[in-house]
Design a protein around this ligand. Structure first.
Ligand SMILES: [Zn+2]
Length: 322
């Protein structure tokens, strides 16, 4: 009987699969770029080709999967926003056919990242934690009483759609002024461009980061570090929106820790200082003042670690009977 778990991480930019030890160590991993505009079976084949490259033992502990939402949960029919080929694709059922006789468990990719930070990262030992990721979107997962909170339909933790400015920009969800509408990388870069930002101009040759003048959040963070005033204002704008949303979550859930991962969190104090300032402003009750906001600790394997935890540490991170 093997103790290994197969982990699968399906995202808009890459697919990753891995074998994970009971202690959370990823002992083998394979990755491929998400095929653009691919149909359902091409996407499935991309995944199975990766799985074929793993030396999967005959006996497995199970299969854990993180996938971009939305999805039906826990059944795992997935319709990732940025992957048009999968609409109601029965990802969990297909994997269960391929790996018969073991549990196959699936959750939202942002939730898996939160679980990873709680299980093996910056959130170890926290009883009340929000794990956030700020990249193309803004997502999160909520841990209360040391356990993952699923909510009624598996969607608890959607901090990206907490409203931080009712008069703010339109959001992909159909609403207005959501945290995600302001702080998601592309939204923030678009805002900076509209203010007159010239990507890469503030970074000298051989400087921190210069990507051929591309308007990415990473370039924006580098330009802010190089002192570009518009880029700095963009970081302050995102940090402030994050601080307001986090304050609401802290007041509602009595959190002791918030982890922030994703590209923008690399900006360090340029992001975290305005975040802390807004957080302080909006957490005036004594209990709320004890929350700590820290960068996520795990790197590119975090998605695999969190997916595996749905199986390995299912007592804390998995509630359904599936
Ligand atoms: Zn929204």
């Amino acid at each position: 009987m093997s103790d290994l778990t197969v982990a699968v991480d399906i995202g808009g930019t890459k697919f990753a699969v891995g074998l994970v030890e009971p202690d959370g160590r990823v002992v083998a991993a394979e990755r491929a770029a998400t095929p653009r505009g691919a149909d359902a079976e091409t996407l499935w084949r991309t995944l199975t080709d990766l799985l074929d490259r793993l030396d999967v033992p005959a006996a497995l502990a199970g299969v854990g999967v993180g996938c971009g939402g939305p999805m039906t949960w826990p059944e795992g029919e997935v319709s990732p926003l940025n992957m048009g080929g999968w609409r109601g694709f029965p990802l969990r059922a297909r994997l269960a056919e391929r790996f018969p006789g073991v549990p196959v468990r699936i959750h939202n990719d942002a939730i898996c990242l939160a679980v990873a930070e709680h299980w093996r990262g910056a959130g170890r030992g926290s009883a009340a934690m929000l794990g956030m990721v700020v990249s193309t979107g803004v997502g999160g997962g909520l841990i209360l009483g040391g356990r993952l909170i699923d909510g009624g339909t598996g969607n608890a933790g959607h901090i990206g759609h907490v409203v931080v400015d009712p008069g703010g920009p339109p959001c992909g969800c159909g609403g207005n002024g959501c945290l995600e509408a302001i702080a998601r990388g592309p939204g923030l870069a678009a805002w900076a461009l509209a203010q007159g930002w010239s990507p890469g101009e503030a970074v000298t040759e051989g400087g921190l980061y210069r990507e051929e003048g591309k308007a990415t959040a990473r370039q924006l963070a580098a330009d802010a570090a190089a002192g570009d005033p518009i880029a700095l204002a963009a970081m302050a704008r995102a940090g402030r929106a994050l601080g307001i949303a986090i304050a609401s979550a802290v007041n509602l859930c009595d959190l002791d820790l918030v982890t922030v991962g994703g590209g923008l969190s690399q900006a360090g104090d340029l992001l975290f200082a305005p975040l802390e300032e807004a957080l302080l402003e909006h957490t005036r009750m004594g209990f709320a003042g004890r929350v700590r906001v820290v960068p996520a600790a795990l790197g590119q394997d975090a998605g695999l670690v969190g997916a595996a935890a749905l199986v390995i540490a299912g007592d804390r991170y998995w509630s359904p009977s599936l």
